[in-house]
Design a protein around this ligand. Structure first.
Ligand code: MLT
Length: 213
């Protein structure tokens, strides 16, 4: 698997000190979708934005699902490793630090899987409307060393018809137990993003420095 195996966009940093962002779109999106969001959250960051390689009725995704909210977990594992390899190659090619993932919906779910399966790929993550991606994640004690302290912002929608409140709470607990430094906020929103998501993400990422990654 080479970096070019993912259709993607790369935009170099325009300012120093901001962490690179790995932008991961939702079902039916593509590599262009989150570039604007990335620029709003962290102006100056390098942006790495792949298109999911799975097609569901022609709509790109980052892994297969069997039904709404029911994931093909073997595929989740395989695709998370593929994405981690892509990130490693893109880092070498572009000379960038480990990125902070910014994922929405299906993109947030693959970012959560990446944190659990290949934590070295990311410096942290903003998970927008994410749910638990794996019913049998690696044991917390196997993960602590690599996930230890990585910052994760999880933003959920109180009225999200796709992600039940109990599921996002479970994801926050899982990532915390695995050693991540999790901030979880539940917004008065549904599955779609709101202005509050942008403001909270911008405020959260501000203090994160690329050199720390
Ligand atoms: C998923 O399949 O990852 C979640 O159900 C979110 C979605 O893409 O609708």
């Amino acid at each position: 698997m080479t970096a070019s195996a993912f259709i993607h966009r790369f935009e170099p940093a325009t300012g120093a000190g901001s962490p690179p962002l790995l932008l991961l779109h939702g079902t039916g999106g593509d590599e262009n979708d989150l570039l604007g969001l990335g620029k709003m959250i962290s102006p100056g960051s390098a942006l790495l934005s792949p298109r999911g390689r799975v097609l569901e009725h022609g709509m790109p995704r980052f892994f297969r699902r069997l039904a709404e909210g029911v994931f093909d977990e073997d595929d989740v594992r395989r695709r998370a490793h593929e994405l981690g390899d892509f990130v490693a190659e893109a880092r070498q090619r572009h000379g960038i630090a480990a990125p902070v993932a910014v994922g929405f919906s299906n993109g947030a779910n693959i970012a959560a899987a990446l944190l659990l399966l290949k934590p070295e790929a990311l410096a942290g993550a903003i998970l927008l409307r994410a749910m638990v991606p794996l019913s049998h994640p690696p044991e917390a004690n196997q993960l602590k060393a690599q996930l230890g302290g990585k910052p994760v912002l999880l933003l959920s929608g109180q009225a999200d018809p796709i992600v039940p409140a109990s599921n996002s709470a479970q994801l926050a607990a899982l990532l915390s137990q695995a050693g991540a430094s999790v901030t979880h906020k539940v917004l008065p929103a549904g599955h779609q993003l709101s202005q509050a998501d942008v403001s909270l993400a911008r405020d959260w990422i501000g203090p994160i420095d690329a050199r720390a990654a």
